[in-house]
Design a binder for this molecule. Sequence first.
Ligand SMILES: Cc1cc2nc3c(=O)[nH]c(=O)nc-3n(C[C@H](O)[C@H](O)[C@H](O)COP(=O)(O)OP(=O)(O)OC[C@H]3O[C@@H](n4cnc5c(N)ncnc54)[C@H](O)[C@@H]3O)c2cc1C
Length: 396
Amino acid sequence: MDELSPCDVLVVGAGPAGSMAAARTASAGIPTLLIDAKRRIGAPPHCAEFVPTRIFAEFDISPRSIIQKIEYMETTILDKDAIRSHERKPSVQDCNDVDDLAVSLSTPASRTRTPSPGFMIDRVQFDRELAHRAAQKGATVLCDTKLVAVTGDHWVLRSGSRVRAVKPRYVVGADGAQSTVARFLRLPWQKFQIGVQVEVPLVQPCRHTMVFLHRSFVGGYGWVFPKGLGANVGVGIEPRPGAMPWAVLHAFVEYLRRQRIIRRGVLSTSRGLIPVSGPRPLLFLRNVLFCGDAAGLTHPVTGAGVSQALISGDFAGRSIAAAMADNGPDAGMAYDAEMKRHFGAVMKHALAKRHYMTTRWEQRDFEALCRESWIAYKGYKKRIVRHENQGEELHA
Ligand SMILES: Cc1cc2nc3c(=O)[nH]c(=O)nc-3n(C[C@H](O)[C@H](O)[C@H](O)COP(=O)(O)OP(=O)(O)OC[C@H]3O[C@@H](n4cnc5c(N)ncnc54)[C@H](O)[C@@H]3O)c2cc1C
């Protein structure tokens, strides 16, 4: 096993979190190695590609990856016919019958619009630009290079048949939902939702995202996010026994075709895991800082995580740079405290809402449940108060 040239900071994962962290430490003059297991950084993407407008200015990201503007989100609750067609509230098992589901997805029960300014991006280009920026700042970027083991202070990396080790002062775990850094450090697994998606042609371009809530999208939702002439259409679903995400997506696509929202044909397919258990209790372990999905910073209700990945990666890099300067504060503790200050309240509320929603998914009136737990509705803002042995209550 060879020793790679010395690096003070090893960043594992060149997604938005890792590239932001690497750019920060490299621009502070710290020798930084940014690695990614993918053969081409950013590809294939596992993302519906919607990001809020503000991130471009906040992080000075070039607009080259922007495909189109989004003005608002349209939320549609689909349920009435689902109940009518089954003569009872359908269960997860009912969703295994694709035809049944396609019939049940017919008339919307209710529809609402919420301001949601943002952009649809080309996620491959977005990730690659951030990795290029890290390289411009002085980081060494290596694709097709995977973290394969941690032995003592040595972090073992494999590129093809070549195995090498580094002994960094700090490590940034930015390696996504199924973080190998966390696994090698024996940290517990996160809970996930499965996201499956197809890229399809649209009947008509539009400037809003569409969210569909239906009992078959267990614990999640269906989306149509437009990208010029096409759209990303997907569903996020809890991995409960009997869940068949691709079958549910197929039925959803059929429904969208019948509604004349999309045309026939599929340009690409993708899948991914969305962490939904909220932030790890501690976002660091000794000299290792976790960012983005690896830290569990994805929003537990919407599944959005690009913005949190950028913010956490940026701050992890800053914390390490400050700690490595003379008499700097402890990087892990400073980072953890700042992330809790930044995301703590939002995540706590979203987690409580997720728990409320998923534990009532099959019992509660579906439209009422959506109005209490989906971000587009006023009911989402209501706090959940837990009473000992008496369940939960919603408060204004
Ligand atoms: C279907 C789906 C749709 C989504 N849609 C949206 C959306 O529209 N908007 C939004 O904001 N968020 C969305 N998300 C979430 C968003 O994609 C993530 O939150 C975001 O990518 C997190 O960035 P990250 O840098 O933390 O991790 P990632 O982008 O996952 O990057 C992690 C990187 O680590 C690398 N890696 C993993 N293991 C190793 C290893 N052992 N060695 C080296 N490299 C390794 C991977 O190759 C990967 O490139 C979606 C997620 C899914 C699954």
